[in-house]
Design a protein around this ligand. Structure first.
Ligand code: PMV
Length: 310
C-alpha cells in the first residue's frame, strides 16, 4: 500500500489577535510557504500505531503517549470520529517547516495534517467541519482557551473573518495583498501570553475591555477595506493594532524593532502577529518593495523572512 501524505499550511493573523479570545472579530490568512506534513504507512503484519516526529525527538507507540499529548489526541479523536475501534497497524511520520511557538499556527497545522492523513489512510474523508472540530479540541491542549481562529484558517486554507462561536466566513481580497513576515527567532508559547492577558483583564477589566473593543473596530473596518479594495488604509490600521497590542503587554523590544524597521524601510504598516512577546511580525508592502523590506528586517535581526501574497 502506498504512503498517504497530507499537508496543512501555516497562518498569520492580520488583525485582532488576543481580542478574538474575548469575542471580537479577527482576520487570519493561510501562509503556504510553510507547511506541516503527516505521512502514514501501513505496517503489514504488525498491530499498533507508531509515531515518528524527529523534529521534536518523538518516536513512540501511540499507547505510550500521555493523554494530554497533542499528536496522540489528534489520532485518538480522528479514530473516534470515524468510529474505527480497531485500526490496522500503521506508522505516522510528522514534520513541519512552520516555526514552533512563533504565532504561525504550527500546532493547528500539525493536527490538521494528522487528521486528514489518518482518515485518508483508512479510506475515508472527514468533512472540513469535523476536521476543524477535532483540531480545535487539540488546540485546547496547546493553549487552554483558544478562540479557534488558528484551526479554522488552517482547516479551510482560506482567508477568514472570524468571530468566536459564529459561522465561518471565508473571503477573497478584492486586490492581492503582499506581506513580509519577519521572525524574531524568540520562542513564545501562546499559552503564556494568553494567560497573562487574562490575568491583566481580570485585574483591570474596564481598561482591557476598551482595548479589546478597539481591536474589534479595527478588524471590522479592515475587513470592509479588504473587500472593497482600499488596501492602503490597512497599513495605518496595522500600526494602530500594534500599538494596542503593545498596551496589552504582548509586544517586546525585538518585535517593536522589526515593526519599526519595516515601516522605515517603506512598508505601508506593520504589527506583531499571533500571541506576541516573540515569534513573528508582519508588514504590508508594495510588491516591488518586498525584497528590500525583507533585507532590512534581516539586517535588523530577523532570523528569517517570508514574502507571501494573499
Ligand atoms: O497561535 P498564535 O500565537 O498565532 O495565537 C493565536 C492568537 C491568539 O488570539 C493570541 C489566541 C487565540 O486563541 O486566538
Amino acid at each position: 500500500m502506498p504512503a498517504i501524505t497530507a499537508s496543512a499550511p501555516g497562518k498569520i493573523i492580520l488583525f485582532g489577535e488576543h481580542a478574538v479570545v474575548y469575542g471580537q472579530p479577527a482576520i487570519a490568512v493561510p501562509v503556504r510557504q510553510v507547511q506541516a506534513k503527516a505521512i502514514v504507512l501501513a505496517r503489514p503484519g504488525q498491530a499498533g500505531i507508531q509515531i515518528h516526529a524527529p523534529e521534536i525527538a518523538l518516536d513512540s507507540p501511540l499507547q505510550n503517549l500521555p493523554i494530554e499529548d497533542a499528536i496522540g489526541q489528534a489520532i485518538h479523536l480522528t479514530l473516534q470520529a470515524l468510529k474505527v475501534t480497531n485500526p490496522p497497524g500503521f506508522s505516522i511520520k510528522i514534520s513541519s517547516t512552520i516555526p514552533l511557538a512563533a504565532g504561525m499556527g504550527s500546532g493547528a497545522a500539525v493536527s490538521v495534517a494528522i487528521i486528514r492523513a489518518v482518515a485518508a489512510f483508512l479510506g475515508r474523508s472527514l468533512p472540513d467541519e469535523t476536521v476543524n472540530q477535532i483540531a480545535f479540541e487539540v488546540e485546547k491542549l496547546h493553549h487552554g482557551t483558544p478562540s479557534g481562529i488558528d484551526n479554522t484558517v488552517i482547516t479551510y486554507q482560506k482567508p477568514v473573518f472570524f468571530i468566536k462561536g459564529q459561522p465561518i466566513q471565508t473571503f477573497t481580497p478584492r486586490y492581492p495583498l503582499t506581506f513580509v513576515i519577519g521572525d524574531t527567532g524568540i520562542s513564545s508559547p501562546t499559552s503564556v501570553t494568553v494567560g497573562d492577558v487574562r490575568r491583566a483583564y481580570q485585574e483591570n477589566p474596564e481598561r482591557y475591555q476598551m482595548l479589546f473593543n478597539a481591536c474589534g473596530v479595527i478588524a471590522h473596518n479592515a475587513y470592509g477595506s479588504i473587500q472593497e479594495g482600499r488596501n492602503v488604509t490597512l497599513g495605518p490600521a496595522m500600526n494602530d493594532n500594534h500599538l494596542i497590542l503593545s498596551e496589552m503587554g504582548v509586544s517586546c523590544p525585538e518585535l517593536d524593532n522589526l515593526v519599526e524597521t519595516a515601516r522605515s524601510a517603506g512598508a505601508y504598516g506593520a504589527k506583531l502577529s499571533g500571541g506576541g512577546r516573540g515569534g513573528n511580525m508582519i508588514a504590508l508592502v508594495d510588491p516591488s518593495q518586498a525584497e528590500k523590506i525583507a533585507s532590512a528586517l534581516k539586517a535588523a535581526g530577523a532570523v528569517r523572512t517570508i514574502i507571501t501574497q494573499i
